[in-house]
Structure formats: C-alpha cells, structure tokens
Design a protein around this ligand. Structure first.
Ligand code: ADP
Length: 497
C-alpha cells in the first residue's frame, strides 16, 4: 500500500475497456480513487462533477473528441490537474505536442503495469510536494499576519503609555520615542527621531549614562543606576534604562523609561517639612518637662518613697528618649532637605575616633565588651570636615555595635589611609543582620525585630542619619554581616586638599 495521507482521485479516459479496467486495478492498489470514462466528453463531465480529480490518464486516440482537444479543455478548466497522456507506440511527436499544451507526462501503449505505477507515483509525489509548499506558504502568511498584529499591539501600548519611552541604537541615536516622552521633555513636533540623544535631553550626565547603556557597558541589570532628572518648573522625572540584547547577547541599544515623580517629590518634601515643624514645636516644652522632672526628683530624695522616686525617674527617662528622638528627626529632615549646616574644620579623624571610643568605653565595659581602636603607625592625614557630623556618624555606628553585640563581645574600630581616602571599619562579633534586612537598615524607622534585638530601644533613625551625613561629605558607606557572627560597617571619607 502506498503511504499517502490523502487518497488521490484519478480519472482514466480510454475507449478500450480492458485497458480502463486494468488501469483501475493497478491504481486502486496504489490507494487511488479511480473514475473511468470511455470518451473525452464523458471524462470532462466527470471532472466537472467530481471537482477533486487530480490526475487524468488520457488516451490520445479515441473516437469522437480527439485526445489533444480533451487535453486543451481540461487545462482550460483547471491548470492544476496533472494529465498523463497515453500515446500509441512510436508516436513521440504526439507526446511532444501534448507536453507543449501542458500535459505533465506521457506513457506509450502498450505499457507494463510497473510503467503505469511509476508515472502515477511520480505525479502523486509532485502533488504532495505542491501541497506541502502551499502549507508552508500559508503558515508563513499567518506568521507574518501574527507579527503584524503583535507589532501594532506593541506600538499602541508604547504610544499610549503615560511614561515616556525612548529607544536608542548602539551609537546613542534615538530610534523611537513615544508622545509622553515628547510631552515630558517638551520636544517640538518638528524634531523627529534619528538624532543623538543629546538633541532631546540637555542633562549631560543622563545622556552619558544612556550612551553607556546603549553601548552595552552595563550588562548586569542590577548595576544600572536610576537617574533623577530635574526639569524647569520643579518637574522631576525618574529615568531607568536597560540594554536591549540580541540572541548572541550583543547590545542592540537601550530602552529608557521616564516616570514623572514630581508629585512624590513634593509629598516627600511636605512630609519632611511637617516632621521638622512638629519636632521643633515639641522640643522646647519637652525639654522644660525634663528639667522640671529632674528638679522635682532631686527634692524627692529622702522625702518620698522609693516607689515614687522610681516612677518619676522613669518619666524622666522616657522624656529624655523623646527628646533624643526629636533631635534625630530634626537632624534627618535637615540632612534630607540638603541644609546640613556643616562647618568644616581641620580634623584629625584618629583623635576624634579615640574620643568616641573612650566615651563609649564605659557603656562597653558595662557589658564586659572590649572596645578597641586600631590605627596604623603612619599618621592619618588631617581632613577638612564638620567634626559634629563625623561624631554623629561614628558615634552612631560604634554605639550600634555595642548595642547589638552580646555581653562579653568584642568591638574593633579600625582606621586606615588608602593613599586617596580614609577608611574606617567598625567591626563587631555580635548578633549580625540577616541578608534580607541589609538593604533596608538605612531606611527611616527600619528596625530589625528578632529575639536578640527586641528589648533594645532605638528609633531606627541612626543609620539613615549616618548615611545622609556620609553622602553629604561625598563619602561612601557599606555594610557586610553574617547573621549570628557579626557585622562590619565600612565608611570611606574622601581626603580633600
Ligand atoms: P536603631 O539602632 O535606633 O534601631 P539604626 O538606624 O541605628 O536604628 O539601626 C537600624 C537597625 O539596624 C537596628 O535596629 C539593628 O537591628 C540593625 N543594626 C544596626 N547596627 C547593627 C550592628 N552593628 N549589628 C547588628 N545589627 C545592627
């Protein structure tokens, strides 16, 4: 049996009954559907009626309509039908003429069954190939249609996004920008795409960043900084760029997204102002209460019961806590609004650290901790910085190390000069911080709550203040920690001449 997925309909047109029947037997065994006609016009009627005849075996010499005429009419009706003409022995001319009109193949009479099988198989293979080619073409057309639909969908999404989107090529030329990008950056309609990014954005640093991303110099997505762009009228945009990578991970350019964060910025500023105002208003009455409590407490000694005294000292302690919280809040809002009134002086960081270590030494001793300062033999250069800010930075870090280290632990403060910067490390072998908290501890009010830290009081404002101050000095702070083993805070302070 032939292995064909579809049965082929074959029409045999021959005036000799034996040949018709013989052909039918052979072709049926090949798996074809066979129709028979003894005359040309009869054959044409069958083709019209059946509509699915794919191959015609056509005898050229028949009474009535001549074979050549039948062939012509078949071709007029349907060019796709494959006609195999049956010619008499040694009538090659007829075969050639028939091929000229469009016959597909020929076979001469008398033929062996195998000869018939060969020509019909060949015709069927041709049909099969044609069908496959049509299917492939159909698939291709569908894929193109799908792609078109997808393209148009993506186009609509990009066009209607409230965020500005710009796409660059590896040279930093703009290949695409959406209406929001034009609107946010005030780009005139007459300026089309195709120009370098600095035609559209005047901020040099942002343009450099976009070019770097477009050239594939930032392959690690996490390493790409976001950029806050300040435009006239206090409008803030946050720009975030990503490289577009090809299948071989080559960089094809960048996509940069611009989000309007002006409202968020205003809100943040209002919040900061509000906190500063409330804190300011609270500070003096609280200080008065604190002082008065201290006075009353003094008068109580020896007069009132221990219980009463205890109650009052707790109230005094709590007020002191509140005053220090307010102090932290005020510091923080000053740092955040950029009005840290730093008064730079010549400072020896080594001496300053020694004073802090001495001062906090008592606290460490109470917990039987060792608190040591390690300085190199070579002198550390004097820097120009605000000593109060430096005290706040290292006071907070060392106090934290003492607070978050168990009794009997060890805290080391190390100072080094790298030739360019001064590096201070505050190392403890205390509780440590779990990885998941590490990037949050510099957020305002963030405190890690676990069995060890639960009873330690604090505001969660120390580290944000430290970070704000280090940033304002052009320095850098980093933390490394292993939960249960200890923590290292590293601060880098630039040495400016
Ligand atoms: P506070 O100490 O007032 O809670 P901070 O902003 O100074 O606020 O610190 C935030 C959190 O970071 C702390 O609550 C603490 O859980 C964690 N932390 C800070 N320093 C250390 C340290 N040296 N070891 C372990 N945890 C620390």
């Amino acid at each position: 049996m032939e292995n064909s997925t579809r049965t082929t309909q074959v029409l045999v047109v021959d005036d000799e009954q034996d040949l018709r029947d013989g052909a039918e037997r052979i072709l049926t065994r090949l798996g074809c559907d066979v129709f028979k006609a003894s005359r040309g016009d009869e054959g044409l009627d069958i083709i019209k009626k059946e509509n699915e005849i794919a191959i015609v075996l056509l005898d050229m010499k028949m009474p009535g309509m001549d074979g050549m005429e039948v062939l012509r009419r078949i071709k007029d009706m349907d060019k796709e039908i494959l006609v195999i003409v049956i010619t008499g022995y040694a009538t090659l001319e007829t075969a050639i003429e028939a091929m000229k009109i469009g016959a597909y193949d020929f076979i001469s009479k008398p033929y062996e069954p195998e000869q018939l099988r060969i020509v019909v198989r060949r015709a069927r293979e041709k049909l099969e190939l044609k069908r496959e080619a049509e299917q492939i073409e159909e698939k291709r057309r569908k894929t193109l249609l799908d792609l078109d639909a997808e393209k148009s969908r993506i186009h609509t999404i990009i066009e209607s996004l409230p965020n500005g989107v710009v796409v660059t090529n590896p040279e930093g030329r703009v290949m695409l920008m959406n209406p929001s990008f034009r609107l946010h950056l005030g780009i005139d309609k007459s300026i089309g795409t195709g120009k370098h990014i600095d035609t559209y954005i005047s901020d040099k640093a942002l343009c450099n960043l976009i070019v770097e991303i477009s050239q594939g110099r930032h392959v690690d997505f996490n390493d790409i900084p976001t950029y806050e762009l300040l435009l006239p009228n206090n409008k803030y945009l946050m720009a975030r760029g990503r490289p577009v990578l090809g299948d071989k991970r080559e960089c094809l350019g960048a996509v940069v997204n611009f989000m309007d964060i002006s409202a968020m910025k205003t809100l943040e500023q209002l919040k900061s102002e509000f906190v500063a105002k409330v804190s300011h208003e609270l500070r003096s009455p609280l200080s008065t209460i604190h002082e008065q409590l201290a006075l009353v407490l003094k008068e109580f000694v020896g007069v009132k019961s221990e219980d009463d005294q205890h109650m009052l000292s707790r109230a005094k302690e709590k007020t002191r806590g509140l005053i220090s919280l307010i102090g932290d809040l005020l510091d923080l809002s000053r740092i955040e609004s950029g009005i840290v009134v730093q008064e730079p002086k010549q400072v020896s960081l080594a001496d300053l650290l020694k004073d802090i270590v001495d001062f906090l030494g008592t606290r460490a001793e109470n917990k039987r901790q060792s608190l040591t300062l390690e300085a190199p033999d070579d002198p550390i250069p004097i820097i120009k910085a605000d000593p109060i800010a430096l005290e706040s930075i290292f006071g907070n870090l060392i106090a934290n190390a003492v607070n978050y280290t168990q009794d009997g632990g060890a805290i080391r403060v190390k100072i080094e000069y790298t030739g360019i910067n001064i590096r201070v490390l505050v190392i403890d072998n205390g509780f440590g911080i779990e990885e998941r908290h590490l990037d949050k501890i510099f957020d305002r009010f963030y405190r890690v709550k676990n069995d060890k830290t639960r009873y330690i009081t604090g505001t969660g404002l120390g580290l944000p203040i430290v970070k704000g101050l280090v940033d304002s000095m052009g320095g850098f702070i980093d933390v490394e920690s292993t939960f249960g083993k200890g923590t290292v805070f590293t601060v880098i302070i630039p040495v400016k001449n």
